[in-house]
Design a protein around this ligand. Structure first.
Ligand SMILES: Cc1ncc(COP(=O)(O)O)c(C=O)c1O
Length: 361
């Protein structure tokens, strides 16, 4: 029998989230972020469900983009970090990938190449994120160089990225907005600025294309809120089963480092999931977990394949009973509070030994 760790993925919830996002940004096209294995949900499975329902799918590399074409995805795909090597321009041209240009070397790479088909291009402006993009002062020169390049389809799209979109009152947001407005004023072509948090907090900056990631997967992009606050539903429910019930006496310890010592006689469950599956090793005592839909708590240190839980709230629980780590009825945002992680890295950490099962529901 195989291990019980399983991620149940809901097509219905994914499409529900997409329609919620569309209603949050009714006049914008959606570039859906599916990079990093679709935030741990499965690049191909998520993309095949979104293909042709969104304006474009956003990936981190041409490897991810090629994997999508091989899986039969025909719609537009955007390379969010552009090319890493000059040869990728050729691939992008043949496969009709949209390419983001964020650095001079990428524009120069265009000048010594002949491409079979012109490229749909975006220029990225660093309005304050301090990561990728041309500064507002070098931006006009880079924009002009792209404009003059015969391989580039005109008009060119312009995008930027918020650093603090999840903190509505952060002063950098308005500075970034002003900077983007100044740069794009009177320029033709598509404009794009907002990630999932920006879509919620900055409706006046939705522009032509919004770029949701987290909210698509049914997780709140805003700290201190859960998905349901925005009518989002979790796409992934991470589940496993109880594999042993232990009766431990007062004073006995549980797990590596004997970290947890039973304050009284306890009924402790062992579940088949651990950090080797992607459940965070940093989950502290008290991290919530559902056993037969009843809230219980993690006790003792999470190990590679197993985690121990206090069954006080669930006296009838027995080996084989289902356990939910996050998802339906247990928001991942609440679990994250008991770890040193956030939902982004928790989802991306799910390992491929966890079985994935898609449902229509
Ligand atoms: C350029 C860009 N746009 C959009 C997103 C989506 O962000 P989020 O998942 O917070 O919506 C990302 C995520 O890393 C990104 O790098």
């Amino acid at each position: 029998m195989s291990r019980s760790a399983i991620a149940i993925l809901s097509t219905e919830n994914l499409l529900h989230n997409l329609s919620v996002i569309q209603s949050q940004a009714p006049s914008s096209k959606i570039l859906a972020l599916v990079k990093a294995n679709a935030y741990g949900h499965g690049l191909r499975s998520i993309s095949s469900r979104l293909d042709k329902r969104v304006y474009s799918l956003g990936v981190a590399s041409s490897d991810e983009a090629i994997a999508l074409r091989r899986a039969g995805i025909e719609g537009p795909i955007t390379l969010m970090e552009g090319i890493f090597e000059q040869d990728e321009l050729l691939i992008a041209s043949c496969e009709k990938f949209q390419v983001i240009f964020h650095d001079w070397w990428q524009i120069k790479a265009l000048e010594t190449l002949s491409l079979p088909l012109p490229l749909q291009a975006w220029i990225k402006i660093d309005t304050g994120m301090g990561r990728l993009g041309f500064t507002p002062s070098e931006g006009p020169k880079a924009y002009q160089a792209l404009l003059e390049n015969p391989h580039i389809i005109k008009p060119i799209g312009i995008l930027s990225h918020f650093a603090c979109a999840d903190e509505a009152d952060h002063p950098l947001n308005q500075q970034q907005i002003n900077c983007f407005e100044n740069f794009t004023k009177n320029l033709p072509g598509l404009k794009s600025f907002c990630n999932a948090a920006g879509i919620i907090n900055f409706p006046a900056s939705h522009h032509d294309v919004v770029r949701p990631g987290m909210s698509l997967y049914g997780v709140s992009p805003i700290k201190g809120k859960v998905a349901a606050d925005f009518n989002l539903k979790p796409v992934m429910t991470l589940q496993t089963r109880l594999i042993a019930i232990r009766h431990l006496s007062e004073g006995s310890s549980i797990g590596y480092g004997s970290q947890f010592v039973c304050p009284k006689d306890m009924r402790v469950g062992v579940i088949a999931i651990g950090y080797g599956d992607g459940y965070p090793r940093t989950a502290r005592e008290g991290a919530p977990i559902l056993v037969n839909n009843i809230r219980c708590r993690v006790v003792g240190r999470v190990s590679m394949d197993m985690t121990t839980i206090d069954l006080e709230n669930c006296p009838d629980a027995k080996a084989g009973d289902p356990v939910i780590l996050w998802g339906n009825n247990l928001p991942i945002e609440q679990v994250a509070e008991y770890t040193s992680h956030c939902p982004y890295d928790m989802l991306c950490a799910i390992q491929n030994r966890v079985r994935f099962h898609w449902t229509k529901k």
